[in-house]
Design a protein around this ligand. Structure first.
Ligand code: BDP
Length: 712
């Protein structure tokens, strides 16, 4: 396997840069060589098309970097690495543009673009990348490289672009001992035991990848946070990471343990209104900034799933958040307070919990607090309606939390491109200020004039050589960053772009792969949780267990969610049930409250439907379920076929890897299909239509298999 990481110190040396170039030339001209996926979408393979290569060679004979910051140096170096590799010729970095030659000129100037934005312009024969901040020049440089990697004409490179959201972050759910909560790509990237003395060069490649898609913040530890991260020992480790990230315009944040004043500080309480507790946080925050001067702030999971919080002392979420906000304000740090809460109330509907706890607190949070809301009201399900909190807190900046790691989307085995899921939520219309009040316009601050805006993706990265376990899951990281920058981009455009950068530039295979990506999420939903079923019960979050009915709390069972009985299936959230629908505007709830007009993908989210009820598709509920489970499963065979058709255009190692995962995916789709249908059949009292192959085994056999799967 070919290794690409060369320590940063060596990368600067000319001889090694040349070696790297040679290396790149050798492997990229040899189609049989194996690609381990490490380079992500920053492959910079040599351009085979000689016409394009000649045109680029004529246009880019130098990179002028007049700046003196680490960020600008990294921008210039990235252009140099990328161009030299793509052109097969070392491109020099110079201080001032060479006369009578064409090149790239990096410029920082106030008027260039707003915020983190950039412009790329053709001035004479030069290509000028300009921004008002150094980070903007870095983003512009990556944008230019993206353009060239797609082999588009230099003349068309001109663009002006600014991000719509200010804080574009990854949330890592990484633990101090190196495990990752819900991580499926190896262990943590952060080698806590080696830090701060040893700084793995991979941290630089992580930062490069993020900067290339505009991500400018990272929370390095789990929201179920260990107080250990607030010790001086760990703060110095975090500072070493921050030292790498800052050179790519990325700020570092920490998840905090709300009870740290007690557990770490030895105080008697962690009550946010207690003066000693407040002083503890103020002192701790000062200490953090003395070690990490540009520290971003705190992410907080409080009074959620057993984590401590202000409610332990009869205080509100706002009391807790504002205490931390006060400590951070002098340093311009922010508090990102999560709205993922639900109580163990047997009569409550978990769907309503976040709204019930947070909506009444609107306007009560300090200026530097963002409330971070998961896209749906429950928990990162394969398909959920948007959270009703969006639109209902006009006086409090709401941030978006998406999950890139595929906790409910088949881990690193199933191929699910998530951009359609992100878009479905971002494009949803809340109607709070009339038609067009989309979730995206709430998150980007334009609808309610939020002073702070934030979007976060729960990271899917780990120590696996290819970063994300499933090679195609890299696209979810990529798509998140691109949408965080510009939520108006389409899922299709991003899929095409990612494929061209990562897999192949040949038009036919690009179209075939894009097609798989765009359909993959619906296919997964069909064999996993069709028609608005959900499955956030405890356990593996992987194996099917619709029969699971025992737990310490009702909302940690499967039957709580699907409510299958002899009459029908689904959770009645209309006025005759939990009435969760009243949390939405009438324009939204009206369409969903009527079982006749409710879109089929959301049907069982809101209705308990009789087994024999005829749906808008013309099939009965039972028939529609069978139809979805079987077509979803069969569609994985279609994915396999499509993927097989691109074999000659994709790196053989990556192709083989994905082929194997697709074989497993099909087996597991059958597993899901059979488990659900065998379990639901006795309730429906109907047979699986004879036109379908009958389940492979009995319900008892499937249950046994799941039991074995869940064994420790
Ligand atoms: C759930 C995960 C759990 C997380 C929790 C959260 O199963 O591991 O801690 O979300 O977001 O989806 O806090």
């Amino acid at each position: 396997m070919i290794t690409f990481t060369i320590p940063a110190s060596y990368r600067r040396s000319r001889s090694l840069a040349q070696l790297l170039l040679l290396f790149t030339l050798v492997i990229s001209t040899n189609p049989a060589s194996a690609d381990d996926g490490y380079r992500l979408w920053l492959r910079y393979d040599i351009i085979q098309n000689t016409q394009v290569r000649t045109a680029y060679t004529r246009s880019f004979s130098f990179i002028a970097n007049p700046g003196t910051s680490d960020i600008l140096d990294n921008a210039a170096r990235e252009l140099q690495t990328g161009l030299s590799a793509m052109l097969g010729k070392q491109i020099p970095i110079v201080r001032t543009p060479a006369k009578n030659q064409n090149g790239i000129v990096l410029t920082v100037s106030g008027a260039a673009a707003s915020g983190d934005g950039y412009s790329i312009q053709r001035q004479g024969e030069n290509t000028v990348v300009a921004a008002s901040k150094d980070a903007g020049v870095l983003y512009g440089s990556f944008a230019l490289l993206r353009h060239l990697q797609q082999q588009l004409p230099v003349e068309n490179a001109a663009v002006q672009s600014s991000p719509k959201i200010q804080l574009r972050m990854l949330n890592h759910w990484d633990n101090p001992e190196g495990t990752i909560e819900r991580g499926y790509a190896g262990s943590s990237l952060w080698k806590w035991y080696e830090l701060p003395e040893t700084v793995d060069p991979r941290y630089t490649d992580y930062a490069r990848a993020n900067a290339s898609i505009g991500i400018n913040g990272t929370v390095v530890n789990n929201v179920n946070a260990s107080a250990r991260f607030l010790t001086a020992e760990y703060l110095h480790k975090v500072a070493a990471l921050a030292g790498v990230f800052r050179r790519y315009g990325i700020k570092t944040y920490l998840s905090i343990h709300f009870a740290a004043p007690k557990t770490l500080g030895g105080l008697k309480t962690s009550d946010p209104l207690d003066p000693e507790v407040r002083k503890w946080w103020t002192d701790k925050t000062k200490e953090i900034y003395s070690i990490i001067p540009d520290f971003g702030g705190f992410l907080v999971k409080a009074n959620s799933e057993g984590e401590p919080g202000p409610q332990d002392y009869g205080r509100t979420h706002a009391d807790g958040a504002n205490m931390l906000a006060e400590a951070l304000a002098p340093f311009k740090g922010v508090v990102i307070w999560r709205a993922f809460v639900y109580k163990a109330d047997p009569n409550a509907d978990r769907f309503k919990a976040a709204y019930d706890e947070f909506a009444s607190l609107d306007g009560k949070f300090a200026k530097n607090v963002i409330v971070q809301v998961k896209n749906g009201p429950i928990d990162f399900q394969p398909r959920e309606p948007f959270s009703p909190l969006f639109g209902n807190m006009p006086g409090t900046p709401l941030g978006m939390e998406f999950q890139l790691t595929q906790e409910y989307l088949g881990f690193a085995t199933h191929w699910v491109y998530e951009a359609p899921l992100f878009k479905e939520c971002l494009d949803a219309d809340t109607h709070v200020k009339g038609k067009g009040s989309t979730v995206a316009r709430i998150v980007d601050g334009s609808l309610h004039n939020y002073p702070l805006t934030c979007i976060a993706g729960v990271a899917n990265t780990g120590s696996d050589r290819n970063w994300t376990g499933h090679p195609m899951a890299q696209a979810n990281w990529y798509a998140f960053g691109r949408l965080a920058w510009d939520h108006a981009l389409s899922a299709e455009a991003i899929a095409r772009e990612w494929t061209q950068l990562t897999l192949t530039t040949q038009p036919k295979p690009v179209a075939a792969i894009t097609d798989i990506m765009l359909r993959s999420r619906d296919i997964y939903v069909d064999y996993n949780t069709p028609l608005g079923l959900s499955r956030p019960w405890t356990g593996a979050h992987y194996a099917p267990e619709p029969w699971q009915n025992r737990s310490s709390r009702p909302d940690w069972t499967a039957i709580y969610y699907h409510r299958a009985d002899s009459l029908g299936l689904g959770f009645d959230r209309t006025a005759t049930g939990s009435n969760a629908l009243e949390q939405y505007r009438p324009e939204v709830s009206r369409a969903w409250a009527n079982a006749e007009t409710c879109p089929l993908p959301y049907l069982l989210w809101f209705h308990h439907i009789a087994w024999t009820k005829k749906l808008s598709s013309g099939r009965t509920l039972w028939d529609e379920l069978c139809h979805r489970f079987y077509t979803g499963t069969d569609s994985v065979l279609w994915m396999q076929k499509q993927w097989a058709s691109v074999r000659s255009s994709v790196d053989p190692a990556i192709h083989a890897d994905v082929t194997g995962r697709l074989l497993k995916q099909h087996k597991e789709a059958i597993w899901w299909r059979d488990a659900w249908l065998l379990y639901l059949q006795p309730f429906s009292k109907q047979a699986i239509p004879a036109r379908y192959p009958q389940p492979e085994g009995t319900l008892e056999e499937v249950k046994k298999r799941v039991k074995v799967y869940l064994m420790r």
